[in-house]
Design a protein around this ligand. Structure first.
Ligand code: DAH
Length: 342
């Protein structure tokens, strides 16, 4: 049996701090403090039972009065149109202390946001403009402007989601190339295009249906593949804070000619072979190439005068390499135990 005084003190303390609903639940709910106390009456010595029962019932009545009063106060606070600030931190509009614990913990940026900011800082320091991509786009920007005419078999490489009225969730940030070339043209053009991308994929540790890319576009007179390799190597070294060897492998994209895969020696094992590089010593890090003349022409840039290169890499994958994250899906699950590590 608990001391009646203890109940009184605890009610005294809670009656200001808790909302009427919280008070009701804590003391009068099924498992409530006073509900339980009454159930325990049989464990009270016989000659004290009557007194105990009376005291608890008095407390219950008192508490019910407090709860009713609080209820009316709280209701009228909202119904009299007392103004709340919907843009304020979420505790400001609350009259309870239930958030104190949460507020005492400092929040932080999502690891991907931090890495995207670092990458964009590097690109800005190298003279690139930034234009964010869209999360919903159209067939023209997703395919036609990138030299995938209707029925082109390479469209199948970019299976993504569509709305009922035919809009497309971009499968890559290349959807922004045409817009960027038009917006920043005439050349010289140097722009990076960060954005969220979507693919109709079965997910596993290395693939997710939602991910992030940063596209880069550089166009001027006399731009060569050597410029592309040097540019990509420079920013990757700055970001990964280490040096590595580079290999260029052939690939296929309708929007580049020639089409390349940029491969780096594994920055962890230095080509010995480890789990990050699948024991091959090399990591395929992105697609890139010289922008196809049809893509330049489509953006009103004369390919006989100007040439350019472009790349597109997955930020999630690069972040996983840098931070040693094993499963790409962790980046989207928003599990606090994972996020707190960064
Ligand atoms: N958009 C391609 C993809 O996601 C990657 C890519 C390849 C981007 C070549 C480019 C490029 O800008 O020139 O598979």
């Amino acid at each position: 049996m608990k001391n009646i005084e203890e109940f009184k003190n605890s009610i005294e303390k809670d009656k200001k701090a808790l909302t009427y609903l919280e008070l009701k639940q804590k003391y009068l709910g099924k498992e409530g403090v006073l509900t339980k106390a009454l159930k325990e009456i049989l464990s009270v010595e016989k000659d004290k039972r009557a007194f105990y029962g009376k005291e608890i019932n008095l407390l219950k009545n008192e508490l019910e009065n407090i709860i009713n009063k609080k209820k009316n106060e709280e209701k009228s606070k909202y119904s009299t149109g007392e103004k709340i600030d919907p843009t304020a931190p979420f505790d400001i509009n609350s009259n309870s202390n239930e958030f104190d614990n949460i507020l005492a913990q400092e929040g932080s940026k999502h690891p991907l946001t931090k890495e995207i900011e670092k990458l964009l800082d590097i690109f800005t320091s190298m003279g690139f403009d930034i234009l964010e991509s869209r999360q919903i786009d159209d067939d023209y920007h997703m395919f036609q402007s990138l030299n995938f005419p209707k029925g082109h078999p390479a469209r199948d490489m970019y299976d993504t989601f569509r709305t009922e009225d035919g809009l497309v969730l971009p499968a890559h940030t290349s959807t922004m190339q045409n817009r960027a070339l038009k917006k920043f043209g005439p050349p010289p053009i140097a722009v990076v295009l960060p954005g969220r991308c979507f693919r109709n994929e079965a997910t596993d540790a290395g693939h997710d249906h939602t991910f992030h890319q940063i596209e880069g576009v550089y166009v001027d007179k006399n731009v060569s593949l050597a410029n592309m390799i040097a540019t990509i190597k420079t920013y990757l070294e700055k970001y990964l804070e280490t040096d590595f060897d580079v290999k260029i492998q052939p690939a296929y994209f309708p929007f580049t000619e020639p089409d390349c895969e940029f491969v780096i020696s594994c920055p962890f094992c230095k080509k010995v072979g480890c789990s990050t590089c699948g024991h091959s010593g090399w990591i395929e890090i992105m697609g890139c190439g010289m922008i196809h003349p049809n893509v330049l022409r489509e953006a009103d840039i004369d390919p006989d005068i100007y040439t350019g290169f472009a790349w597109g890499f997955g930020v999630d994958r690069l972040t996983m390499i840098k931070l040693g994250i094993e499963d790409i899906r962790y980046l989207r699950e928003n599990n606090l135990n994972f996020l707190k590590q960064f």
